[in-house]
Design a binder for this molecule. Structure first.
Ligand code: FAD
Length: 287
């Protein structure tokens, strides 16, 4: 089913997974998915390696999710892709029944100045996909605290508007630990006539170094409450850090729901035990 149909019925709830590296078995992720399905997610999204580095694995996961009777959103990036290569991939995806694609530029590999493909930015990819695949449901990525490369917040929002104008039907956001900043962002994009439903990506706080690294590399602020978790548990055991991080994440989920956002998307990090603890504490129920 198209994600837009799900969003039309009410707030969505979903998970992101990433494909295992080539050579690693799929089974652990399939087992994780089986556990996550107990929460009756509206859909699963699967990431795509910039430059298609793990495209085969992404396709396998997408097919496995659909086979289990769940809806899938495949991420897709235009890094290194010619028009012909993009068509070849998306034709294959469409033929397999994939109806939802999150159309992204992708993270530029170390040392690259541009995409080295036919499209420099996601809005160009969106325009191309919209024309070639009118029935595909297309999503756009967004950074609630401004993309780290953007010249200004206003220009970043204008490019998001361009993605809406060129055919995106929903927006999915990068991680953001600051629900207050997110609420301000929602107001800002609505004022800029961006009317698409917004699905917020929520990154669980589980590991100290990974939390700091991901926030810094994405240019995300660390709100006071998270700084306190990091500071207070900086030298604590990983288990104690994780316990405090999970409590922070539970509160964050509730605060993001209060912003009125149209969808809650949990970055599962391919883990189910910690995610289950967080979701049960946040009031979600399993089947
Ligand atoms: P763009 O929209 O092209 O934006 C990139 C930068 O260029 C921004 O600073 C923007 O302001 C600017 N810009 C945008 N359009 C133009 C234009 N027309 N002219 C000039 N400047 C412009 N990466 C992966 O590799 N694989 C994934 O699976 C993946 N999943 C993601 C999921 C989500 C929900 C999000 C939000 C991001 C994901 N990413 C993924 C990361 C994403 O690819 C990076 O954030 C990337 O740096 C930007 O992607 P984008 O689609 O927003 O690019």
């Amino acid at each position: 089913m198209k994600i837009t149909n799900k969003l039309a019925k009410g707030k969505t709830f979903s998970f992101e997974v990433f494909p295992p590296k080539e050579g690693n078995p799929l089974e652990p992720l399939l087992e994780t998915l089986n556990q996550l399905y107990r929460f009756k997610p509206d859909f699963i999204s699967c990431t795509y390696g910039a430059g298609g580095s793990n495209a085969g694995r992404n396709f396998e996961i997408c097919k496995a999710v659909m086979k289990s009777g769940h809806d899938i959103v495949s991420h897709f990036t235009c890094i290194g892709g010619s028009r012909a290569e993009i068509v070849e991939t998306i034709d294959r995806y469409a033929a397999a029944g994939i109806e939802n694609v999150l159309a992204l530029r992708g993270d530029l590999p170390e040392g690259w100045e541009g995409t080295r493909g036919d499209f420099a930015h996601a809005d160009e990819l969106l325009a191309f996909l919209r024309e070639k695949y009118p029935s595909l449901c297309l999503g756009a990525g967004a950074c609630p605290e401004k993309h780290i490369e953007a010249e200004s917040f206003d220009s970043d929002i204008q490019y998001l508007k361009s993605k809406q104008d060129k055919g995106a039907e929903f927006i999915m956001t990068q991680l953001c630990h600051d629900a207050d900043a997110f609420a301000v962002y929602l107001e800002r994009i609505r004022k800029a006539n961006i009317t698409l439903p917004v699905i917020v990506g929520i990154m669980p706080v589980l590991l100290r170094d990974a939390t700091i690294r991901m926030a810094v590399t994405n240019g995300c602020s660390v709100p006071r409450q998270l700084a306190e978790v990091i500071g207070k548990y900086y030298n604590a055991s990983p288990e104690d850090f994780k316990k405090a991080g999970k409590e922070f994440t539970v509160k964050q989920i509730k605060r993001f729901i209060d912003t009125g956002v149209e969808g809650i998307h949990i970055y599962s990090l391919n883990k189910h035990e910690d995610i289950t603890d967080i979701l049960l504490a946040a009031g979600y129920k399993t089947a």
